[in-house]
Design a protein around this ligand. Sequence first.
Ligand code: PLP
Length: 398
Amino acid sequence: MNTKELNDKYLLPTYARANVEFVSGNNATLEDLNGKKYIDFTSGIGVCSVGHANARVNEVLCSQLSKITHTSNLYNIAPQAKAAQKIVEASGYDMQCFFGNSGAEANEGAIKIARKWGGLDENGNDGEVKRYKIITLRHSFHGRTITTVKATGQESMHNYFGPFPDGFVYADNISHIEDLLDEHTCAVMIELVQGEGGVEPQDKDEVKALEKLLKDKGVLFIVDEVQTGGYRTGEFLASNVYDISPDIVTLAKGVGGGIPVGIVMTSLKGVLSAGDHGSTFGGNYLSSSAVCEVLEILNGLKSEGKLQDTIEYFNTKLEIFYMSNQKFFTSKVGIGLMCGLRVLDAQTLTNIINNAREAGVMVLKAGRNTLRFLPPLTITKEEIDEGFKALNSAMSRV
Ligand SMILES: *Cc1c(COP(=O)(O)O)cnc(C)c1O
């Protein structure tokens, strides 16, 4: 049986997969079973931040695997401690980290910290009023576990799986949040640039005003940086771009470069104590040594100015592509290397993505009408040129 046949027989049908099978990659270039090459403007949905088959990461991983892979969190783990140091230092915040394995798990951790904090009074004893409500935004995406899917502000994802945990409230937009705050609210959780919802950057002044409002009201500010974190926006965190100081930040996708990892970091260092939270796999030698090397590479790209060059080059090419295909697109959106073009209608968007794949370039859908670009942060100018060449040729057949 080929892979498609094996899928159909043995895998639950939870994904609408394109029938393409990659066998190898090199930076932003993928190769399929038939030897056909593709430019990857998706990074496996923002994960392969340092490209495919990154030699530096692979060398670190192979060397780590030849020594030790996993011991559990009952013992000290040197690369986990180093990865935490690197993350905290890159963020510029006075925080501590917890390591899990996915974005949803990172958000679960954030929710647990906020809920425990919300049950305590200012002396750390059981509070009189339990603050448990968490306000999130419509069109947000926070994960697929029972709790994080309920935190996700998309009613269409709340079918079948109830009863869900209580306490999630959805604001139509940032200015609507104030109306929903009450004595039971412990936190607001947002993406600064909505990813799955359709590459939707929030307004900077509104975010700053929200930060102030939450500080004044004593409500925690959680920023879900699962997609934006790890330099995707040009800074280590989108929170750095927006110049805010959240109480809790979550990370995953790009910081492991393809090795599963999820991190919740917070300035509320004393809230969780031993036994409150945990993960068997989280932060083991394999994933945390990947994080260390990925951050080494990305810190270098950032400090040498190469990341900024790539962002400018990619966005110039995207602008040209947008201008020369105006009949399909209504606007160009995004920040850094998290970019999108709004497409006239959902069918045209599907056609573009399928034609692009045929033409040798992988692009993504976000929300109902956004063509999304999340290229590796290490993509070369040649790869960018080749990708847009393929994309242009795809448009003539849409
Ligand atoms: C992808 C994503 C998640 C979920 O991450 P998983 O690793 O799939 O659990 C959560 N929040 C945001 C903003 C995401 O983009």
